[in-house]
Ligand binder design. Structure first.
Ligand code: GLV
Length: 320
């Protein structure tokens, strides 16, 4: 009998093309993030699932269908999945590492440039018909050359951000659980404790996974250590940052600006961030290029097919 694979969202066609060679594929489309109940419902016939990062793949969801054998998250982060429960229930979990590195590092720099060079304020000025001619003091921003980026989390994306930063003439500091001699050699980057990193950086850019250790790591204390001229960039996970504390720091001029692609309670954005002109807000677009999303869908589908067919898969997060 053919396996049934459920896609919890519309995906690039390649996912269905790969899976339908051997499986029945059911795609459930929803505009809003799913609830646990909805997920239990749509996964009830599934042997495998391709999920997205807004799906709450909780213990309840995982234990509701005894046939479920693999959850392939179409994302590199797996913080939406109860990995311990999956391990106990013998359900494999996979992710899509590697293929979204460049897209996310590029978007990090899009945010850095947008906020340091006040791109959105300039755009608004034109559209509001407030541009009355070049002025020496109009919308002055800050330059990247000879500034320091502090990268929190030196995985693949952190490394790609360091590469780009060097090309912009920045020096690189990083904070990571382990040392990364390859970036120290390639980029002259130095490893620092989190406090020292945030204190000495002109731009703090977050690239750590969301775990119990990293949740809320950029809290009011860390924000108070940052230079008033510094910027915070987050393309990782919203819950790394205390958004209320960030809004207060930005309102008070304790921090010069922020560029955010991710939020603590997505899709909700903290109401105090919305009126601030020194924040650039994007709707979680880090991996949103055609090439990258195709590659992510291909990997997720391959993981499902491989696990259901052979009990092995290339990108397993669990079991390891
Ligand atoms: C995106 O945020 C991802 O984890 O892939």
């Amino acid at each position: 009998m053919k396996h049934t694979v459920v896609l919890t969202a519309a995906m690039p066609d390649i996912a269905t093309a790969i899976l339908s060679r051997e499986c029945d594929v059911l795609t459930h489309i929803s505009d809003d993030p799913r609830t646990e109940e909805e997920l239990i419902d749509i996964l009830s016939d599934a042997d495998g699932a391709i999920t997205i990062l807004t799906d709450p793949v909780t213990r309840r969801v995982l234990s509701s269908n005894p046939n479920l054998r693999i959850v392939a998250n179409c994302a590199v982060g797996t913080d939406n999945i109860d990995l311990a429960a999956a391990g106990e229930l013998g359900i494999a979990v996979s992710n899509t590492p590697g293929v979204l590195t460049d897209a996310t590092a590029d978007l990090t720099f899009a945010l850095i440039l947008a906020v340091t060079r006040r791109i959105l304020e300039g755009d608004a000025m034109i559209r509001n018909e407030e541009f009355s001619g070049w002025q020496p003091l109009m919308l002055l921003g800050s330059e990247l050359r000879e500034s320091r980026i502090g990268i929190v989390g030196m995985g693949r994306i952190g490394y790609a951000v360091a590469q780009r930063a060097r090309a912009f003439g920045m020096s690189v500091g990083y904070h990571s659980r382990s040392a990364h001699p390859e970036t120290e050699q390639a980029h002259g980057s130095i490893r620092l404790a989190l406090d020292a990193l945030v204190e000495t950086s002109d731009i703090v850019s977050l690239h750590a996974p969301l775990t119990t250790d990293t949740a809320g790591m950029i809290d009011s204390r860390a924000l108070a250590l940052m230079k008033p001229s510094a910027f915070l960039i987050n393309t990782a996970r919203g819950a790394l940052v205390d958004e209320e504390a960030l809004a207060v720091a930005l309102e008070n001029g304790r921090l010069r600006g922020a560029g955010l692609d991710v939020y603590q309670h997505e899709p909700r954005v903290h109401a105090r961030l919305l009126p601030l002109s020194n924040v650039v807000l994007l709707p979680h677009l880090g991996s949103a290029t055609e090439r990258t999303r195709d590659a992510m869908a291909r990997i997720a589908a391959t993981n499902v097919l491989s696990w259901l067919g052979t009990g092995r898969a290339p990108n397993l997060v669990a079991p390891k």
